[in-house]
Ligand binder design. Structure first.
Ligand SMILES: C[S@@+](CC[C@H](N)C(=O)[O-])C[C@H]1O[C@@H](n2cnc3c(N)ncnc32)[C@H](O)[C@@H]1O
Length: 400
């Protein structure tokens, strides 16, 4: 049975808004002996990929309509969530909690205090700017009032040496002050203890919220006791981008950026990188489509002597052999355990035999198109950043 590193309880997770399972892979990559027992997502393409790799299909009911029992029945003590980011972006008009796409998260926050099995651990991922939202205030308040200690971060994979920028918001929370036990509703000592617990949680939460954005850590590694970079932290150098490039993809005609996409652009501010470039920009779910600007880096495969930026005419770009990064390359930059040509994950046994963790890999079923793969990867996250947060913060027993 997998055991919790802190108090010997099994770590049993639910993964909400699971997509292709980035948080699930993160849990595994963190080395935490825990498991995800159910996942929730309404995107059937994502669920097909998820099932292909993890061997079960996520629940496709809209999270906005989950009932207490849908959650309680799993007796989970850990929640992993990556809700939609559009409510907190310019593209989504910053509608925040008024955006219908925020309903799933808000619904979960409303259910949380009513559950029999309140989780002890929680990790949430979203875009930068979530930290300024009313949804974040609601999240921090709900968790704080239930006795959670909250840590917030804005981190990018480049801070871990990965040549890809993807600045994202992370909230990591542990239930440090659980509700005092009660045997009878009338016992006055118990009522007093309960009232004191409520008041202390409220005060801690108010104080935390007053810190505003100052509460958000932006450096990594971080010493949570002092809030600064540990004195012995070594400078992290970026790994060479070349080590993530699959040269065989240069010959894939499906990855070439169609001329018409380039010629149609008025603005030519593409992010063009070469294998010798230091890093790449964020891949979004629009990557691989005609939306070339702001959706992720393009790889220059020809005329490598041309390294200028700010091209005046689109024709100048046509002989640079611009191609999209392949799904394999994006998956590797996101630190998924990507494999080709495999249909099922290995169930690797832990050598000790006690904490058997299946060795999941990411592989796409042949029914998914290249465009769908890029879309799903653009919607996903960096697995290594999640793994580090789980290992160093959520399940670390050194930070209390
Ligand atoms: C930002 S993506 C998360 C991706 C995921 N972390 C991964 O690694 O692929 C958000 C996901 O939430 C799903 N989603 C959005 N609203 C939902 C809802 N109300 N109920 C269930 N799933 C929802 C989308 O289908 C999408 O897969």
């Amino acid at each position: 049975m997998p055991v919790n590193v802190i108090d010997n309880r099994p770590i049993v997770c639910l993964e909400f808004f699971s997509g292709i399972g980035g948080l699930h892979y993160g849990l595994q990559q963190s080395g935490t002996p825990g498991k995800v027992v159910m996942s929730f997502d309404m995107n059937e393409n994502a669920n097909t990929v998820y099932e292909h790799n993890f061997g079960y299909r996520p629940n496709n009911k809209a999270i906005d309509y989950l009932e207490l029992q849908d959650i309680d029945r799993h007796k989970a003590n850990c929640w992993l969530l990556s809700p939609p980011c559009q409510p907190y972006t310019r593209g989504g008009k910053y509608l925040d909690d008024q955006d219908p796409r925020a309903r799933g998260l808000i619904h979960l926050l409303q259910l949380l205090p009513q559950l029999k099995n309140t989780p002890d651990y929680l990790l949430l991922e979203n875009v930068m700017n979530f930290e300024n939202s009313r949804s974040r205030t609601m999240l921090v308040t709900t968790l704080g009032h239930l006795g959670f200690k909250v840590y917030e971060f804005l981190l990018s994979p480049v801070q871990l040496g990965i040549p890809n920028s993807r600045l994202r918001y992370f909230l990591v929370a542990r239930r440090e002050w659980p509700r005092p036990p009660s045997s009878s509703a009338e016992d006055s000592d118990e009522l007093e203890a309960y009232d004191a617990w409520v008041a202390a949680n409220k005060q801690r939460t108010d104080e935390y919220l007053q810190r505003g954005r100052d509460a958000v850590y932006t450096q990594w590694p971080i010493d949570l006791a002092t809030g600064s970079v540990p004195a012995n932290a070594a400078d992290i150098a970026l790994e060479p981008l070349a080590s993530y490039i699959d040269l065989a993809a240069n010959d894939d005609p499906l990855l070439l950026v169609p001329e018409v996409y380039i010629l149609k652009r008025k603005s030519l501010e593409f992010d063009i990188v070469r294998t010798s470039s230091p890093s790449t920009s964020t891949f979004t779910k629009a990557y691989g489509s005609k939306h070339l600007i702001g959706s992720g880096s393009l790889l220059q495969t020809k005329r490598l002597d041309v390294v200028e930026n700010g091209f005046k005419s689109p024709e100048r770009l046509l002989d640079l052999g611009l191609r999209f990064f392949s799904p394999k390359e994006v998956a590797l930059l996101h630190h998924f355990p990507y494999v080709e040509g495999k249909s099922q994950s290995d169930a690797a046994e832990d050598p000790q035999g006690e904490t058997a963790v299946p060795g999941y890999t990411l592989n796409f079923p042949s029914s998914t198109t290249q465009k769908q793969r890029l879309q799903l990867l653009g919607n996903s996250l960096n697995v290594k950043v999640v793994a580090e947060l789980l290992k160093q913060v959520l399940f670390s027993d050194t930070i209390r």
